[in-house]
Design a protein around this ligand. Structure first.
Ligand code: PSU
Ligand code: MN
Length: 337
């Protein structure tokens, strides 16, 4: 009896719109394709744009944005790249809009929550971080988002108070971010503590069914970070099931799903660890802080590894996006558990 009621509720919840305010009443352009996919309960996966504008030069970032979208399609999903074009928030870009954004990378503002009104009022190009991609995804009714690495508590964050808006938005928006863990330029332990404070569920893909207590949060470039993952999962259906139960409880908070980078592309944690320390010292020396520090460190590490870190970054983002699409697909099925 209980089970029947439970299933009816799940079916209802699976198809209900997620946003508190319907996106139709917001000044948000949701592409025709994304709107249709959502209406037909097809898997939709959000993609951020800061990784394009602030991570790679044009035209490499254009090709990368195209590859990210293709990865979603290959898994049977519909991609929704998110960005501000001349101040207008877009969810789902056409190919010419992706060109327009990446061509304007140099002037595009890195947009987290605090920058949204500003970029709209000034009609600027804006690239969305994990924070603002999560906000706009939920406004449009998208629940799954695939990307590279999460922002978090920076090294010495207990003194600098540099805690990414990404963590706060994960606590406030019913979004599932699928990535290779917090970026390894961060203090992963403090980041985990802060996610716990925000009520964010964190889990790591245990593809090879290792003993659960040995599963670690991935180290972004490396498969392990030395920090234990609070949870582990072996199938993407498990994540969809957890999301359905969060919806049943109207939790309205998000999840961090960590995918260890595939061994072929992962880097040695000792080698990359030393490089990160050197890059961090240089940032300190140059007085770089605030929103500039994350792109600075990633590009510096790219230089110091002669492009190897950027190359491995590309590969594991593609892998994460594919996993995100698998979760989104599972979510479109009414639960059979
Ligand atoms: N990838 C890059 N450069 C970046 C980011 C990703 O190559 O700057 C972004 C992501 O969008 C992430 C953000 O959400 O960095 C976090 O920035 P901050 O630490 O300033 O909150
Ligand atoms: Mn910051």
């Amino acid at each position: 009896m209980m089970k029947t009621i439970h299933h009816q509720k799940l079916a209802h919840i699976t198809t209900r719109a997620l946003s508190k305010t319907p996106s139709s009443s917001l000044p948000l352009i949701v592409s025709e394709e994304v709107q249709q996919a959502l209406a037909q309960n097809k898997p939709v996966v959000s993609l951020e744009s800061t990784i394009l504008t602030h991570g790679f030069p044009y035209p490499e970032n254009l090709s990368l944005g195209e590859q990210f979208e293709k990865a979603v399609r290959q898994e049977g999903g519909v991609p929704a790249t998110i960005a501000f074009l001349k101040g207008v928030p877009h969810v789902g870009l056409s190919s010419s809009q992706l060109i327009e954004l990446t061509e304007n990378s140099k002037t595009a503002v890195k947009v987290s929550r605090r920058d949204i009104g500003h970029v709209m009022a000034k009609k600027l190009y804006g690239a969305t971080t994990i924070a603002s991609t999560s906000i706009l995804s939920c406004m449009a009714g998208i629940s799954v988002f695939g990307t590279g690495g999460l922002g978090g508590v920076h090294k010495e964050g207990q003194f600098t108070m540099d805690v990414s808006n990404d963590l706060v938005e994960l606590g406030r928006n019913p979004i599932t971010v699928v990535c290779a863990g917090p970026k390894s330029i961060l203090d992963i332990g403090l980041t985990m503590e802060y996610l716990e404070t925000q009520g964010v569920y964190v889990t790591t893909y245990n593809e090879f069914k290792d003993p659960i207590d040995t599963v670690e949060i991935p180290g972004f470039y490396a498969r392990k970070s030395g920090i234990k993952s609070p949870n582990a999962f072996e199938s993407f259906g498990e994540i969809a099931d957890i999301i359905r139960h969060q919806r049943l409880m109207n939790l309205e908070s998000g999840n961090l799903v960590c995918i260890p980078p595939p061994s072929d592309f992962a880097m040695d944690s000792g080698v990359i660890g030393k490089i990160i320390e050197d890059a961090y010292e240089e940032a300190k020396h140059l007085g770089i802080k605030g929103k500039e520090i994350t792109p600075f460190l990633l590009l510096k590490i790219g230089e110091m590894t002669k492009g190897k870190s950027l190359d491995s970054n590309k590969h594991f983002v593609l892998n994460n996006i594919k996993c995100a699409t698998k979760i989104a697909s599972e979510l479109t099925n009414v639960s059979t558990n």
